[in-house]
Design a protein around this ligand. Structure first.
Ligand SMILES: Nc1nc2c(ncn2[C@@H]2O[C@H](COP(=O)(O)OP(=O)(O)OP(=O)(O)O)[C@@H](O)[C@H]2O)c(=O)[nH]1
Length: 308
């Protein structure tokens, strides 16, 4: 409950409002480079958009032929480039409070003067907090989409990827396939050798899957011992071949298990996306195919045929 006596009388203050209006106009139209840079950078948390703004503002002060930025964030390389090189360059490692936030390089045909280098450094000082925030935002987003045990995409990442893939398959008519791959009798491994060994096998499986796939294919940990693989431009016959190949890769894993090395097999279910099919239906068909592979005795692949 508000204390009514503390509420100020509801009268307008024309002088203050006029000052606010002036201040807003100044803020909006400022010719102060640093203030404008800070204002523009604060409008976005997209690192790409921030670097575009920085490049735009910087080229007004210190013309350059190209700007390149590179930073490894949450195990992925973030690269931004604009323009085409030149023989002279200046490079800055961006850091704040002991943390690195990437390397920014400018190239130009003419040498950079001392005054220009000082100008660039001043602008980078004005941008660094914003760049730090954008880098941290990417890292947080990445963490939310990554499975902590294996380092590959998690269920949430798969859900988002399935949405995008369904939309693209419908728009472009290109085939997309989904493989669900589940380790066989994994409970026995945990029961007989412990969870640490089970975890190790899951991590090795993720590694093997990534090695066995093309760069355009993406792999996710979908559940405990279940993985999903999304394959663009791949029909169901090709996806079946991929599924058999990855089962072979998983079977080649050897883990120290006492007297004899431990091995593991997997079952796979394959479904190709159907026109206008919702992601959940697509996933359900792949799951049904996986169920059939398990029912058929495991260590095999089954396809949910798009034409029966
Ligand atoms: N070590 C480890 N085990 C997990 C993890 N997530 C799930 N599991 C285990 O995976 C096992 C899955 O067991 P089930 O669903 O019965 O499947 P299964 O034994 O592989 O049998 P089928 O799938 O029918 O071949 C359970 O023992 C879970 O505890 C994990 O992150 N680490």
């Amino acid at each position: 409950m508000k204390n009514l006596t503390s509420i100020r009388p509801n009268t307008s203050r024309p002088a203050r409002l006029a000052a606010l209006k002036q201040s807003f106009q100044d803020w909006n139209n400022t010719s102060d480079v640093m203030a404008r840079l800070a204002r523009r950078l604060s409008t976005t948390l997209s690192l790409e958009a921030q670097l575009s703004i920085l490049a735009e503002e910087m080229t007004d002060m210190v013309p350059f032929d190209s700007l390149n930025y590179r930073h490894r964030i949450a195990r992925q390389d973030f690269i931004f480039s604009t323009g085409m090189g030149g023989p002279h360059r200046c490079e800055y490692r961006l850091s704040l409070e002991g943390h690195q936030y990437g390397t920014l390089t400018l190239h130009r045909r003419q040498r950079f003067s001392e005054e220009e280098l000082t100008g660039i450094e001043m602008m980078l000082s004005g941008a660094i907090c914003h760049i730090r925030n954008a880098c941290q935002f990417i890292a947080i987003e990445q963490t939310a989409l990554t499975d902590s045990l294996t380092g590959i995409g998690n269920k949430r990442a798969l859900d988002e990827a399935l949405q995008r893939a369904s939309a693209m398959a419908d728009r472009h008519g290109a085939p997309w396939s989904l493989i669900l791959c589940d380790l066989d009798h994994f409970k026995l491994i945990n029961d007989n050798h412990g969870h640490v060994v089970g975890d190790h096998i899951l991590a090795r499986t993720a590694e093997k899957l990534e090695q066995a796939l093309r760069n355009s294919d993406t792999v996710y940990r979908f559940g405990g011992e279940e993985f999903a693989i999304l394959l663009p431009h791949t029909n169901e016959q090709e996806a079946r071949d991929v599924a058999d190949r990855i089962r072979g890769a998983i079977e080649s894993i050897r883990v120290d298990g006492g007297e004899t090395p431990l091995t593991v097999t997997a079952s796979c279910g394959v479904a190709m996306h159907l026109t206008d099919e919702q992601p959940e239906q697509w996933l359900a068909r792949a799951d049904e195919a996986l169920y059939r592979a398990k029912a058929a005795g495991r260590n095999c692949t089954r396809v949910f045929a798009s034409i029966s």
